[in-house]
Design a protein around this ligand. Structure first.
Ligand code: ZN
Length: 299
């Protein structure tokens, strides 16, 4: 029996957002279409942030307008506030991924609001979605394993926020290691704690490979029963708080590890490797993913 693990591709958003090179809307669209051809069925394609603050993510509306609705593909928009939600609805994203931070230090510096205010925004978005319609709302809890400003983030902090999201019946909750400081044993304990706090929600995990623990953390999450993981083709991205760090775990590395072990992911590994190589070359850097360097096995 083979278990299907869903990999949500986040390269066009989390990856490109943290790259110095700014790609045009057409180049980002070409990457999105190529990744869908590689087998990505859920993808974070845009972020509804202020383009003056994050020029890498400018043109979200143009990108969504150029992607015709398609039942086999879910295009996710990242939402940080009510303005972002309104743009996400108008742009007809298939899902809205609302970010809540696990620490006040990160919340105020990254989004200019406290954790408690962000939970109020999440509640208001969920309520508007229920009344006015709009895409399904998921939550990503960022810096859930450590914060660059406040240091350690406790399990109690994470669980308290997850309880509030569970009370709002958010159908999917992602626990994110935004700065790449988690270890696999903590991942296992945190997954168990979050599952107990939100038994009705689907769990998703989001890891950055900043300190080379990304794949080990993904392994721990899958062993703990999580079926949904984020990854970024080519390991695109970086970490604004760790100079020279790599980005998310590479989609091709995660696909390779899982399929080698007998899991199904629905991705075409060789097409993915080529895509990781091509986008890294366009960004003027060596691919961060191991598969883009070493290739698959067996050949
Ligand atoms: Zn991230």
């Amino acid at each position: 029996m083979s278990r299907f693990i869903e990999i949500v591709e986040v390269g066009p958003r989390d990856g490109l957002q943290n790259e110095k090179t700014v790609l045009s809307v057409d180049e980002r669209l070409a990457l999105i279409r190529r990744l869908e051809a590689c087998g990505a069925r859920r993808m974070e394609v845009v972020s509804f942030v202020n383009p003056n603050r994050v020029p890498q993510m400018a043109g979200a509306e143009e990108i969504m307008a150029a992607l015709p609705a398609d039942l086999n593909h879910s295009r996710i928009g990242l939402v940080l506030n009510m303005r972002g939600w309104e743009r996400c609805v108008a742009a007809q994203c298939d899902e809205a991924n609302v970010v809540v931070c696990a620490s006040d230090g990160f919340a105020t510096r990254n989004q200019g609001s406290t954790v408690s205010q962000q939970l109020d925004v999440l509640a208001a978005i969920v309520e508007r979605q229920a009344v006015e319609g709009g895409p399904p709302v998921t939550m990503t809890l960022s810096v859930a394993f450590g914060c660059p400003f406040d240091g350690e983030v406790s399990e109690d902090q994470v669980v308290a926020i997850v309880r509030e999201a569970a009370a709002l019946r958010v159908p999917e909750i992602a626990i994110a290691d935004t700065i790449g400081v988690a270890d696999p044993w903590t991942v296992r304990r945190r997954v168990e704690a979050v599952r107990a706090a939100a038994p009705g929600a689907r769990l998703r995990l989001h890891f950055h490979d900043t300190r080379n623990t990304g794949l080990a953390n993904a392994f721990a999450g899958v062993e703990a029963g999580v079926d949904v993981l984020d990854a970024s083709v080519g390991g695109l991205g970086g970490c604004p708080f760790a100079p020279n760090a790599t980005g998310n775990i590479g989609t091709e590395d995660l696909v390779y590890m899982l399929e080698r072990a007998g899991f199904e992911t629905g991705y075409d590994l060789s097409a993915l490797i080529e895509t990781g190589r091509a986008i890294s070359e366009r960004l003027g850097k060596a691919p961060a993913s191991s598969l883009a360097r070493a290739g698959a096995f067996p050949v």
